[in-house]
Ligand binder design. Structure first.
Ligand code: HEM
Ligand code: HEM
Length: 459
């Protein structure tokens, strides 16, 4: 695959708008995360400010990272690579910019709703009904733009990144509507166990059918170009795509192994969670063989460096995930900070880091100038890397302490003094990620709108 695939001129206004969206929400979302982490150390901290107490700021943090930072970051890259891979201009840049604005307004409305106490109280589906409709409409606008670009393409062959991007947005619009039970505006929920099953079908598909395919699409685009290497195997890329679609869609019930859902459903979710090794290793073998011997080129391009690091976290989070779906392991790891550690390794370490890589890869290419500061981008890389690796270690240790204690019949409050120092450590590590997010926002804004004078234009 060559980067200079077409003579079409790309305005990239949509990619810019989504890039800015992502950088902005990364800064805001980590700030919410810090407040949540503060409450876990000192529950009385800001206790009289109801709008951001733990029960509200936690879903604000989670929804902001998922739908504000990571998804728009990965979409920015998709809006960059889709027209280039198809050798056609984006169907409508104006529609694209509008969809980014609409996306921001929808998410902000949802978070204000949660902050005012209108949460629907179901994890990853907390946003109030009206905001759900707006989010679905936002996906709709993105889908129209991407599919109509695909329709008027000049390139007959669809590279695997296009498959991933299209599948991610179309399938997520559907699972979002289902999981948020949008046909029941008052509760946004079914009743009892069917509700839990539906919620986790959707909840896990946020990772499996939104973040993962979008991130894999970015990796498949960025790494071959940055290393100037042809993709190791197109057959493997399609095998990885279809096995991801077939296997990942069935595993949501592994979140409910310790609840009275039907055994056959639990069995399917456990078997398919282990079978996830197929799409994951197919992707990793393909991409790692593609870049084999090219670590120098990866190091030279900060975008590729982030994306490659994302693939390493992808390996670890999936290895961990398949183990966590085994009932004997989950007896210790469920209902505690082990899962929060896994969540940060996956959503930040894999998908978030890949989104940052996508941003840094496209920024110089859409502005035609070098990044405002490669130094700041490297600084952000290390702040995020140290922060997330520290999170992984600290939260895993806390999870093991909690899990062992509860397994041995200990009560919750007896474990609290023991885990307090680890929560302080987590907050300190969070400061690194927070600093990285704000540094990144500054770098992105400067690169897009206030470049240094006299910079050398990029090829
Ligand atoms: C082989 C692939 C994976 C498997 C089998 C897997 C398995 C699991 C399991 C079993 C849980 C529930 C743990 C419990 O409640 O005890 C879980 C939670 C979670 N996983 Fe994964 N995981 C995988 C990959 C990923 C990836 C790639 C991401 C992110 C992009 C991710 C994000 C999360 C998050 C955020 C949670 C927390 C959900 C909650 O709030 O309870 N996982 N995963
Ligand atoms: C300053 C950095 C951050 C801090 C201090 C932080 C802190 C927190 C806290 C305190 C929670 C609630 C955990 C609980 O209920 O016990 C949480 C949940 C979560 N955070 Fe973060 N976070 C940070 C950055 C991020 C980033 C950048 C991402 C993703 C890109 C992220 C993704 C998540 C997810 C998916 C959950 C839900 C976990 C679950 O339910 O298992 N966080 N975070």
């Amino acid at each position: 695959m060559s980067e200079a695939v077409s003579a079409v001129v790309h305005a990239d206004r949509t990619a810019r708008a989504f890039a800015l969206t992502s950088a902005l929400w990364f800064a805001l979302a980590t700030s919410f995360g810090m407040i949540a982490a503060g409450y876990l150390i000192a529950p009385d901290f800001l206790a009289n400010v109801e709008y951001i107490h733990f029960g509200r700021v936690r879903p604000m943090h989670v929804n902001a990272v998922l739908f504000g930072f990571v998804t728009p970051g990965l979409l920015a890259a998709a809006f960059y690579y889709v027209p280039r891979l198809l050798r056609a201009p984006l169907f409508s840049e104006s529609l694209g910019v509008f969809s980014a604005l609409f996306w921001n307004v929808s998410l902000a409305a949802g978070l204000v709703g949660v902050s005012l106490g209108y949460s629907q109280g179901r994890e990853y589906a907390e946003l109030p009904w009206g905001a759900d409709l707006l989010i679905i409409a936002s996906f709709g606008l993105v889908i129209v733009n991407l599919l109509l670009t695909i329709r008027r393409r000049n390139e007959p062959i669809l590279y695997v990144s296009i498959w991933y991007a299209a599948a991610a947005v179309v399938l997520t619009a559907c699972t979002y509507a289902l999981g948020n039970v949008v046909w029941k505006p008052d509760t946004g929920a079914l009743k009892g166990i069917p509700d839990a099953i539906l919620l986790w079908f959707y909840g896990h598909n946020v990772f499996g059918l939104l973040l993962s395919p979008l991130a894999l699409g970015v990796a498949y685009y960025v790494l071959p170009i940055a290393t100037r290497s042809p993709l190791y195997s197109h057959t493997l890329s399609l095998l990885g795509f279809w096995s991801l679609i077939v296997v990942y869609t069935h595993i949501g019930t592994h979140h409910l192994l310790q609840t009275p859902v039907p055994t056959w459903l639990k069995t399917i979710s456990i078997v398919d969670s282990v079978a996830m090794v197929i799409p994951v290793m197919v992707f990793l073998i393909n991409i790692w063989y593609t870049v084999k011997g090219k670590l120098g080129e990866i190091h030279a391009d900060i975008g590729a460096k982030f994306v490659f690091t994302g693939t390493i976290y992808y390996f670890f989070v999936n290895l961990q995930g398949s183990m966590m779906a085994l009932p004997d392991v989950q007896r210790i790891t469920h209902y505690n900070n082990w899962v929060v550690g896994h969540a940060h390794i996956g959503v930040l370490g894999f998908a978030g880091v890949t989104a940052l890589g996508g941003l840094y890869f496209i920024l110089p290419r859409i502005t035609g100038r070098p990044l405002f500061s490669r130094y700041l981008a490297d600084l952000q890389y290390w702040l995020v890397l140290i922060g997330i690796t520290g999170f992984a270690v600290v939260l895993t240790v806390v999870g093991l302490i909690q899990g062992q204690a509860w397994y041995n019949g200990e009560t919750l409050y007896r474990t609290l003094p023991e885990i307090q120092p680890y929560y302080v450590l987590r907050l300190s590590l969070g400061l690194l990620i927070l600093a990285g997010a704000w540094v990144g926002l500054y770098n992105v804004v400067r690169s897009l709108y206030f470049p240094p004078r006299g910079g050398v234009p990029c090829a």
